[in-house]
Every structure is written in C-alpha cells, then in structure tokens.
Design a protein around this ligand. Sequence first.
Ligand code: HEC
Length: 210
Amino acid sequence: MRTGLNLVLSVVVVALLGAYAGLDADPNVPNWEFLPNMVRSVPADAFAPSEQLPGGQVLLAPPAGTIPRGLPPLPYTAAPEDAVRAGVELVNPYAADDSAARARGGVVYANHCAVCHGPTGLGDGPVTLRGVPPPPSYAAENGLKLTDGQMFHILTYGQKNMASYATQVSREDRWKVILHVRLLQQRAVAQAAAPAAPPAAPTTSPAPPQ
Ligand code: HEC
C-alpha cells in the first residue's frame, strides 16, 4: 500500500520537475499553449466573403419576419395618406421643455439637417448653393402647420426631394430633432414679428460744418 503511494508520488514529482525544467525562463516567451485556437482565433470581418456561410459572405441577412429587439415596426408606409394618419396618431414622447432632449436635437440637426435646411431652418443650407433644390423654410405656412407626427413621418419615410433619415437618425433622435425644428420656427416667427431694427448709428462723426 505504502510502496504504491510512494511510487505514484515519485512519478508526480518527476513529472512536475520535468514540466518545470521545460519552462522558458523568459516570461515573454509563451510555453505550451492550452487551446491555441482560442488564443489565436480566426477573425471574420463582417463584410468579408465567406466560403462556409450561405450567401457567400460573413454578414447574414436577418431571417424573414424577424424584427430588432425593442423596435416594433411602425404601422405606416410612405404613402401620403399614411403621412396624414401619422400626423394625427403620433405624439412626440419628449416634452417641449425637456432640456436634455432639446440639446440632443440641436446636435442631430447640426449633423444631419443644417446642410440643406440651413442653421436657422430657412432652407438656405450650404448644399443649396451648389445645385441641390432648396427645401422650404420651416417658418413658411406649410411648415408651421405640420404636426410633430407629420414631421416624424417625413423624417422616417422621406417626402419628395427629402430622403428618409430612418437609417441615419434613430427614432428617439428623430423626435428630439423635431423639438429643435420647433425652436427654429419660434425664433423665425418672433424675428418676423419684431419691429425693424432702427437705422444703425453713424460710426464716424459727421464732418464739422465748413
Ligand atoms: C439633402 C437635403 C436635406 C436634408 C439633409 C434634410 N432635408 Fe428636410 N427637406 C429637404 C427638402 C428638399 C424638403 C422639401 C420636400 C418636399 O418638397 O416636400 C424637405 C422637407 C422637410 C420638412 C417639411 C417642411 C415643409 O414645410 O414641408 C421637414 C420638417 C424636414 N425636411 C426636416 C428635416 C430634418 C429634421 C432633417 C435632419 C434630420 C432634414 N430635414 C434633412 C431636404 C433635406
């Protein structure tokens, strides 16, 4: 019994000594790798071609009928009658005085909309100087009449010369940018109603009488 145990222990000791002797003294040199495939996996780039996957590329189309989690489909199409229905049914989930939502809306506007609609929403963005058909001013009669839901429909499905921004601007951001459009409308209306500025005072003193 005792001899057997001693034998086993000596084999263990010899095995450990052997393993220790095989270790490299330099800690930067890797020793025997356990599961090397996990250390050096073969990365698959999303848009790379693939011989293994159906469709011949790494990125697979979602199976038909699936929807992203937390993003139920909107019950509308791009049709004008759906734009009208969206205008009646949809309500902006963000309050007009939600300062965080307004701030985010301003950022989205500057990044995605000002290029065409202009920084103050008059429809004079820089690309309109280079041949892109200018959008109407938000403060024009039609713009002032649009409900939040109609604007959301325009941003989601596009309208005539304006393309859909559904892939670039998330649903939350679309509602937030509408708050910014409202702010621009209020400013433009207030400016139009303000009395004309008095003529600027002369900056140089008049010449003394001769
Ligand atoms: C490529 C230029 C372009 C960009 C970028 C753009 N728009 Fe437009 N937008 C237009 C044009 C052109 C129209 C007019 C479409 C039409 O004739 O009905 C328009 C129309 C609108 C209208 C309706 C105005 C009205 O009086 O009928 C709203 C609201 C609007 N855009 C909001 C936005 C917002 C918010 C963004 C940013 C997320 C944005 N747009 C980005 C070109 C653009």
